[in-house]
Design a protein. Sequence first.
Length: 435
Amino acid sequence: MKLYSTQHQSPDVSLEEAIFRGLPPDNGLYMPLSIEKMDSTFFETIQDKSFQEIAEAVCQHLLGADLTKDEIHGIISQSMTFEAPLFDLEKDVEVLELFHGPSMAFKDFGARFMAAIMSHYLLKSKREIRILVATSGDTGGAVAQGFFNTPGISVTILYPKGKVSDIQEKQLTTLGGNVHALEIDGTFDDCQSLVKQAFLDEELRAKFNLASANSINISRLIPQSFYYFAAFAEAKRKGLKMPIVFCVPSGNFGNLSAGLMAYRMGLPVKAFVAACNENKVVPDYLTTGEYKPKTSVETLSNAMDVGNPSNFSRMKLLAGEKWESVRELVKGYFTNDEQTKVSMKEVYDRTGYVMCPHTAVAYDGLQQYKAEVKEEFTGILLSTAHYAKFLPTVETTLGRQVPIPERLSALLSKEKVAISLGTDYAGFKQYLLGK
Ligand SMILES: Cc1ncc(COP(=O)(O)O)c(C=O)c1O
Ligand SMILES: N[C@@H](CCOP(=O)(O)O)C(=O)O
């Protein structure tokens, strides 16, 4: 796979270079030079394949020129060790549960694949790398788990002080070893901006092999496309109504961009619903044609509190570039905290199903979309995190206690270890140079 920069001011690169550089020097994003459609027989027989077989076929299609079949098999069997089942929520609405991995959020798919592919290349080159990652809650936990004790890799996680849930914070700050946490006195956008500046800093680049584990890294998006194919396979197995609409709770728009990659590879999808909380720059863009990044506001669906989504340009390119084409395929809706709670409670009272606040934003987005279209379809809601990661919100909203998986409750008694920093780049750089 060859990749170009969306700014067109940097040379094209190989897959390996794109993975380890993260961002091109011109501050664009790496994009595959071409994304071809997969063979029609793949879609005709997809219902007979397991998640891992689907992931290998998609990898072979995209990365067959970079990795051998055996290498792909090794990377997939090492990283894709959990499933993404569909839960029948109600008539024509399915929940795609993406929280069965180690950190109980959809980020596990990307983080574990990235750890496996990076280790594959590092074993060959014997380099050491330093990963910088900004998180609004879930990426950090998945990356911490995915890279913990990986030889040759150290991880520095930046998270916004007081803006992640207790369990999310414990996931970032309690592993130790090669995982270091920085508590930034600012927003997620501040964390993201510090990380981006570091990648463009020649002095740091000369000293360290810096790499990104955020969705600006193309190797995060490739594995996130697998579960869209797998959901389609499961929909076929279950004989669900076609066509399919995927409803994606969105913040940085990596997940939705991964869905659009699957679409570009030929996955039959009627539309994608971009469901946002009050950080709604993309729904606003879809309505007005103007993209106006804003300072993020705090909401109950904290991992989606992003005011300048880093994958916006990728999403646009993948959906057809022109505003008219993008809004044809991507439908934007937003929801406030009050309605998020109403959806969580209403769905729980009616079905017994507990949704995390991010999934509830998606549920509400799907309801808004349904109210506007006449045709029938199956709506697949991407459930991006286990509800127990947001326990106080969930229990207060539902008015009852809910069970917590042991894997999460065990974290609560662990001691947080984090270094506090402000939002100034000089302080962050000094920390990096001093370590
Ligand atoms: C639980 C949850 N839902 C949704 C999102 C938004 O995903 P994306 O940033 O890929 O749009 C995130 C953060 O990435 C998240 O952690
Ligand atoms: N919501 C994310 C923010 C980082 O997004 P990424 O997908 O670009 O890594 C989080 O949970 O940290």
